[in-house]
Write a protein that binds this ligand. Structure first.
Ligand SMILES: NC(=O)c1ccc[n+]([C@@H]2O[C@H](COP(=O)([O-])OP(=O)(O)OC[C@H]3O[C@@H](n4cnc5c(N)ncnc54)[C@H](OP(=O)(O)O)[C@@H]3O)[C@@H](O)[C@H]2O)c1
Length: 432
């Protein structure tokens, strides 16, 4: 694999998120660029502080005022970069600045569509035009045939959200303006690649993954918020399950909302997985996965016990059930010591051990909480098509709807004799 070796690079929207990450990584290259230009629309603002700090340590980092929706600002940026480069060209233009809104097909507006199209699609076109002379110069100044990012390139930060074929996560969020702007950006990238090929400029659209930035986090949260806005009986509870203080605060706020009545069902669903093998498993990963998948369900059981007990007392009649008071631990067949399910597909050591331990915890909870009238069960949801479930196509895989529908049906049919069991989403008893 060749190493990225550029004399100069410009990143737009470089003060936070992926843009800031790109700047940091460019500066940390074994052979860092002589010039990294960080485009930022408000260099003196609060959100540029991290970038300013970085610039004070790296004399080769230059912050360039750049509002990508303003042609005058783009022209001024191209002029100031040109001046700084003193006759040499710009190797890499990364059109990273972008915005997203979560409007649905019904709520999308002219204003929103125009704003996103201007920032995400028109700006990369204008930036390509304005920096073309410098990119051409870089291509001419770099010897050797062929095109590359080290020579002269435009990289447009696109998104899988713009894939017309995938219609990625449509059910979770329509984001019509964002999807259309990125599909259009993909087309622009093809146009640029056709038009600028003769100048030796490589053009590519890049999907960065679903990244934990302001934009990426907002996209992950809004579907739940949208649901809450439609259902007054849905309450979003801030809860970091590995933080005992957060667990206590969540129990207090749920208790307050319930105004003296109990909580019937605690579903410990939050979980993480690492794809580590027996050779590269680490103390850190083992601890993190165990904390989230095993210790958190224990602490949540403890913190919510008073509310679960209250629910059990409020429901007269003998026997335990999920309609009365129950803890449901979402486990996995990967934690079955007997089955060692799909070992060939992935060893996932920390995950397997954490879920085997969660099964034991479920048995312990069922023993300890039986006297309080609380039912406890470990459920394997199936191999479900989620981020954790991965992308492998297999006929045994189920959708979230199938899995959840099945589990709720199973829960409704369980009775006292099932407390402490390990079952799957279809009600089948799983091997320990
Ligand atoms: N995060 C993800 O999961 C994800 C997934 C797929 C694609 N992407 C793409 O990756 C790129 C970066 O995303 P991100 O997650 O890092 O987003 P982010 O955290 O929201 O950061 C966006 C950056 O763009 C800048 N920006 C927005 N409008 C601008 C304008 N008119 N002029 C100049 N700068 C402007 C912002 O500057 P201010 O601070 O001044 O607002 C900020 O620096 C975007 O093109 C996005 O569509 C992200």
């Amino acid at each position: 694999m060749g190493e990225l070796r550029v004399h100069s690079a410009l990143v737009t929207g470089a003060n936070r998120g992926i843009g800031l990450g790109l700047v940091q990584h460019l500066l940390a290259l074994p052979n860092p660029p002589e010039w990294v230009f960080a485009g930022c629309r408000d260099p003196k603002g609060q959100r540029a502080q991290e970038l300013q700090k970085l610039a004070s340590k790296h004399p080769n980092l230059v912050i360039v005022p750049l509002e990508v929706t303003d042609p005058a600002s783009i022209k001024a940026a191209a002029a100031s970069v040109g001046e700084r480069l003193k006759g040499s060209g710009l190797n890499l233009l990364i059109n990273n600045a972008g915005i997203a809104k979560t409007n649905s097909l019904d709520t999308e507006t002219l204003d929103n569509m125009s704003q996103l199209f201007t920032t995400n699609t028109i700006a990369p076109l204008l930036l390509g035009q304005a920096f073309l002379p410098l990119l051409k110069k870089a291509a001419q100044g770099s010897p050797g045939s062929g095109m590359s990012c080290s020579k002269a390139a435009i990289v447009n930060m696109s998104s899988i959200g713009g894939s017309i074929k995938e219609m990625y996560l449509w059910e979770a969020a329509h984001c019509v303006a964002y999807r259309c702007s990125k599909a259009a950006l993909n087309m622009l990238t093809r146009c640029q690649s056709m038009g600028y090929r003769e100048h030796g400029i490589l053009c590519v659209a890049l999907h960065p993954g679903w990244v934990q930035t302001d934009m990426g986090n907002a996209a992950g949260y809004t579907e739940l918020q949208k649901l809450a806005s439609k259902h007054p009986n849905l309450v979003i509870v801030p809860l970091e399950v590995t933080d005992p203080t957060s667990i206590r605060a969540a129990a207090a706020s749920v208790g307050e909302r319930l105004k003296g009545s109990g909580l019937n069902l605690l579903i410990n669903n939050a979980g993480i997985a690492r794809a580590n093998t027996i050779d590269n498993e680490t103390l850190k990963d083992m601890s993190e996965v165990y904390t989230t998948n095993t210790i958190a369900p224990l602490l949540l059981g403890q913190a919510f016990l008073p509310l679960l007990k209250k629910a059990a007392q409020e429901n007269p009649g003998s026997g335990l059930s999920c309609s009365k008071a129950a803890i449901i631990n979402i486990s996995s067949t990967a934690g079955s010591i007997q089955d060692l399910y799909l070992w060939q597909y992935g060893q996932a050591l920390s995950y397997r051990c954490s879920k085997a331990a969660l099964n034991m915890l479920t048995r312990c909870q069922s023993m300890g909480y039986r006297e309080h009238g609380i039912f406890c069960v470990a459920l394997h949801p199936g191999w479900v098509k989620t981020d954790m479930g991965g992308t492998l196509e297999d006929k045994s895989r189920v959708t979230v709807d199938e899995s959840v529908g099945g589990m709720l049906k199973v829960l409704s049919n369980l009775s006292e004799k099932d407390s402490g069991a390990f079952l799957n989403w279809e009600g089948k008893v799983m091997a320990w």
